[in-house]
Design a protein around this ligand. Structure first.
Ligand SMILES: Nc1nc2c(ncn2[C@@H]2O[C@H](COP(=O)(O)OP(=O)(O)OP(=O)(O)O)[C@@H](O)[C@H]2O)c(=O)[nH]1
Ligand SMILES: [Mg+2]
Length: 258
C-alpha cells in the first residue's frame, strides 16, 4: 500500500492520527524535516521575471492578510525564532521569500509572501498570482486567518479564487489548507468562533482542507495552551491535539511524499 493511499486526504484528522502512530510514516516525516534547524534562507523575489528554481524541490506557500501571522507560523514550523522577520506592524513581508528545509540539497522549500487586504499592494498581488499560476513545484497553499478577527470579504474572495484553481486542475497542481492563527487571543474556549470560521471557509472554498488551529504568541503560550488542535469541523474536542510543528510537518508530508 502506498503511503499516499495510507494517508488518504479525504479524512485528514483520522489519517493524521494514524500517521502519528505509525512508526513507518513518522520515520519518513523525520527524514523530510530531520534537521529543521538547518533550514536556510534561499532567496528574496520582488519581480515575477526573476523567479529562481531550487532543484525542483516541492514548494509550499503561505498566504493571508497582512499581520495574520504568516512569518511567525513558518518560524514555529521550522523551529526557529527569527529566521523570518516578523513585526507588530502590518506589511512587514514585502517580497516572496524562499527557505530550504533540511540540509543541502534539501527536501522542501517553504515560501513566505506579503499579505493581502487593506495593507496589501497590487504589485504584491500580481507577483503572488504569477507565482501560483506558473510554479510547477507548488504543492500546497496554506491560507491563514486570524482567530480573533475572523474572515473578511477579502479572505472569502481569496479562498474562492484559490478554490477555483484547485477545482480546475482537479487538485493535481496544488491543494489548499486553512490555518487559523492567534487562537490564544480567543475568549472562552473559542469553539463558536472557530466553528463560524470553519463554515465560512468551506462555503467559500469547498476543496479547502480542514483548518489547523495554531497559537504562536510572541511571549510563548499561556498555561494550558501548549497544544494546538487539528480541527475536524465538528467540535474542538474531537480535534487531534498535537504540536504545531508535528501537525504541519505531517500535513506537508502528505503532499510531498511520492
Ligand atoms: N498572540 C499571538 N500573536 C501572534 C501569533 N502569530 C503571530 N502573532 C503576532 O502577530 C504579529 C504579526 O506577525 P507576522 O508573522 O509578522 O505576520 P505576517 O502575516 O507575516 O505579516 P506581514 O508580513 O505584515 O503580512 C507579530 O507581532 C506576531 O508576534 C499568535 O498565534 N498569537
Ligand atoms: Mg510576514
Amino acid at each position: 500500500m502506498s503511503l499516499r493511499s495510507y494517508c488518504h486526504r479525504t479524512n485528514p484528522v483520522t489519517n493524521l492520527y494514524r500517521c502519528l502512530t505509525s512508526r513507518k510514516i513518522s520515520t519518513k516525516v523525520k527524514a523530510i524535516f530531520q534537521d529543521s534547524g538547518s533550514a536556510e534562507f534561499l532567496a528574496t523575489v520582488a519581480n515575477a521575471d526573476s523567479l529562481p528554481r531550487f532543484n525542483r524541490l516541492p514548494e509550499i506557500m503561505v498566504t493571508g492578510r497582512a499581520n495574520v501571522g504568516k512569518s511567525t507560523f513558518l518560524n514555529a514550523v521550522l523551529g526557529r525564532k527569527d529566521l523570518l522577520f516578523t513585526s507588530k506592524k502590518a506589511g512587514r513581508t514585502q517580497t516572496l521569500n524562499f527557505f530550504r528545509v533540511g540540509p543541502h540539497p534539501g527536501k522542501l522549500v517553504v515560501v513566505d509572501t506579503p499579505g493581502y487586504g487593506a495593507r496589501g499592494r497590487s504589485e504584491w498581488g500580481a507577483l503572488i498570482n504569477h507565482y501560483i499560476t506558473n510554479r510547477d513545484e507548488l504543492r500546497r497553499i496554506y491560507i491563514l486567518f486570524s482567530a480573533p478577527h475572523g474572515l473578511a470579504v477579502t479572505d472569502e474572495a481569496m479562498l474562492a479564487e484559490l478554490d477555483a484553481q484547485v477545482q480546475s486542475s482537479g487538485g493535481i497542481k496544488f491543494t489548499l489548507q486553512a490555518i487559523i492563527t492567534k487562537a490564544d487571543q480567543l475568549r472562552d474556549d473559542g469553539r463558536e468562533q472557530v466553528e463560524r470560521m470553519n463554515k465560512a471557509i468551506f462555503k467559500a472554498a469547498p476543496t479547502c482542507l480542514p483548518p489547523i488551529i495554531t497559537a504562536c504568541p510572541p511571549r510563548g503560550l499561556p498555561f494550558g495552551m501548549e497544544l494546538v488542535r487539528f480541527f475536524d469541523g465538528t467540535s474542538m474536542k474531537d480535534g487531534v491535539p498535537m504540536r504545531l510543528s508535528t501537525a504541519f510537518r505531517i500535513a506537508v508530508f502528505l503532499e510531498v511524499s511520492p
